[in-house]
Design a protein around this ligand. Structure first.
Ligand SMILES: Nc1nc2c(c(=O)[nH]1)N[C@H]1C(S)=C(S)[C@@H](COP(=O)(O)O)O[C@H]1N2
Ligand SMILES: [Mo]
Length: 513
């Protein structure tokens, strides 16, 4: 006698459900926008022809998404059951089925705009969990079948049956726990996302890009970086999700009066806004760990003034909700530059990834010494009395940005027509300003590029230069900038560690007739 098919179906469904909840939990923990199932659902919605979608909305009203998800789960249950049964005789066929389903999930994820690799982690973990769970269940089922099938009077199927049933129960329980935990992980973020969307930030404006700023060349990074394209750097595996109602900032240390602020207290202060370019010390020459945005917030100097900084202090130690820290020169946040506790970026409340509800921005300093995301604690102190996250690991204590420039067009390795070529890119020296940019073709004399305008000295500037009578063959173009103090960007090549890369960005390209 063989065990009934039903057990194989049930094993398939239970193992599949565990895979789905595992991917859901991982998505929730990693703060990934959508679990693979939701990604597939969104993909289906996008693919649904208009009339069908309208019919669904008319019929199911606001429950249309829930109906879709339920339908998908039912279909998946059938597929899981079927794959479970396949696993009985043809394990390879079951594995192929898993891979196909995984591919559907992967396509749905890729179809969503701007997909970081991390989005695939839940999918892969879900698939592996599912396969492992099914393999273990199949193993018990097979043992049970063998015993049942043997004619041996002594062999008692109780042991293998009990082993199977217990494993099935364990996998089912794990799926249930995974589902509940995934729900908790996701709803924490969803609640904060919702608070974020419902915020009204009075005084936050959203101006257009100033006139004269773009130099109008294709292939150059936009002067204002859209938030979804803004680089992301942090050490948080799980990014803090802080409801603005729960946010507190403590300012203490070498101050006359310790201050504890909540979000409303902060917003009651006068708002400051500006265009500021932020970049990372880990940005290689020619790299893209840099972005420019319109930031809105409250000046740090105002709050430090209220607290009353005591003589002898030369630093503030900022700490984030997840325990990351950075030491910032006190001078840089009190010398009149627009160093702020930012609440908004490009006219909308910060995204969670960029430090919601409050992060620091200090023009002229690398992010690792200044731009604390999810900031909750500021201690006025002395550099000699403190250490911080990156300085502990050998990075420089002071992190002023370095005068730098980048070529965006042409691209490395690009093939361009002979004759006239427009080169373009960006240059930056926040809080000093860029006075000029020069390029050199094939090691020849430096020639001036034309600069776009800038609203202040804290942003990057776009540049363009036209090369004429470009001959056929391989070429090399390099760029350097000159700041408003007259300093010329150094060509000496140095590594990003300990205080930022230097060297001229150089591009090789080919001109063809
Ligand atoms: N809490 C926290 N804040 C942080 C970091 C971090 O790891 N944790 N990284 C810093 C670094 S190195 C940079 S370059 C900027 C990047 O900010 P962004 O991710 O908003 O672009 O954040 C800074 N603030
Ligand atoms: Mo950074």
């Amino acid at each position: 006698m063989k065990t009934s098919r039903g057990w194989w179906w049930l094993s398939g469904i239970v193992a599949g459900t565990l895979g789905v909840t595992a991917s859901y939990l991982v998505a929730g923990l990693l703060r990934i926008r959508e679990s693979p199932v939701v990604a597939v659902a969104e993909g289906l919605i996008a693919l649904t022809p208009g009339p069908v979608a309208r019919w669904a909305i008319d019929t199911f009203g606001t429950a249309d998404k829930a109906v879709l998800l339920l339908g998908m789960f039912l279909i998946m249950a059938v597929v899981f059951a079927w794959l479970g049964q396949l696993a009985r005789d043809r394990w390879w066929a079951a594995v192929t089925g898993f891979c196909l389903l995984g591919a559907v999930g992967a396509v749905a994820i890729i179809a969503a705009p701007g997909t970081p690799v991390a989005e695939f982690v839940p999918l892969v973990i879900g698939l592996i969990t599912w396969l492992l769970a099914l393999a273990v269940l199949a193993e018990w089922l097979r043992r049970w079948e063998l015993v049942e099938a043997s004619d041996d009077e002594d062999s008692d199927p109780t042991h293998s049956r009990r082993g199977f049933v217990l494993t099935l129960a364990a996998v089912g329980a794990a799926a249930a726990v995974g589902g509940v935990l995934g729900r908790v992980a996701e709803s924490g973020r969803r609640a904060v996302e919702e608070s974020r969307r419902l915020l009204r930030l009075d005084g936050v404006t959203k101006p257009p890009v100033p006139e004269g700023v773009p130099v109008g060349v294709d292939g150059i990074a936009p002067w204002q970086t859209p938030v979804p394209d803004f680089y992301l750097i942090d050490t948080a595996i799980i990014q803090p999700t802080i409801d603005p109602r729960d946010w507190r900032l403590r300012i203490h240390g070498m101050v006359d009066r310790e201050i504890v602020l909540d979000y409303d207290d902060l917003l009651r202060r006068e708002m400051t806004e500006d265009w500021i370019t932020l970049n990372c010390v880990s940005n290689e020459v020619g790299g893209d760990l840099i972005g420019n945005a319109w930031w809105s917030g409250v000046r740090l100097a105002v709050l430090l003034g209220e607290a009353g900084v005591q003589p002898g202090a030369d630093a503030i130690l900022q700490t984030s909700d997840d325990g990351w820290s950075c030491g910032t020169p006190l001078a840089a946040v009190t010398d009149g530059r627009n160093a702020m506790l930012a609440v908004a970026m490009n006219g909308a409340a910060l995204e969670i990834e960029h430090g919601f509800p409050v992060r620091t921005i200090v023009p002229g300093l690398f992010g690792y010494v200044s731009a604390c995301k999810w900031v909750v604690d500021i201690e006025v102190t002395r550099f000699e009395d403190t250490t911080a996250y990156w300085t502990d690991k050998g990075w420089a204590e002071l992190g002023p940005v370095k005068l730098s420039s980048r070529i965006d067009a042409p691209r490395a390795g690009e093939s361009v027509p002979v004759g006239t070529l427009v080169c373009a890119g960006v240059a930056w020296a926040q809080h000093t300003g860029v006075a000029g940019v020069e390029i050199s073709l094939d090691g020849g004399a430096w020639r001036d590029a034309t600069l776009g305008e800038v609203p202040n000295n804290d942003t990057w500037v776009q540049w363009r230069a036209t090369l004429t009578s470009l001959e056929a063959g391989d070429h090399e173009v390099r760029v350097r900038a000159i700041d408003r103090d007259g300093k010329v960007q150094t060509g000496v090549v140095s590594d990003v560690k300990p205080d930022g890369a230097t060297g001229w960005h150089t591009i090789e390209f080919t001109a063809t007739a």
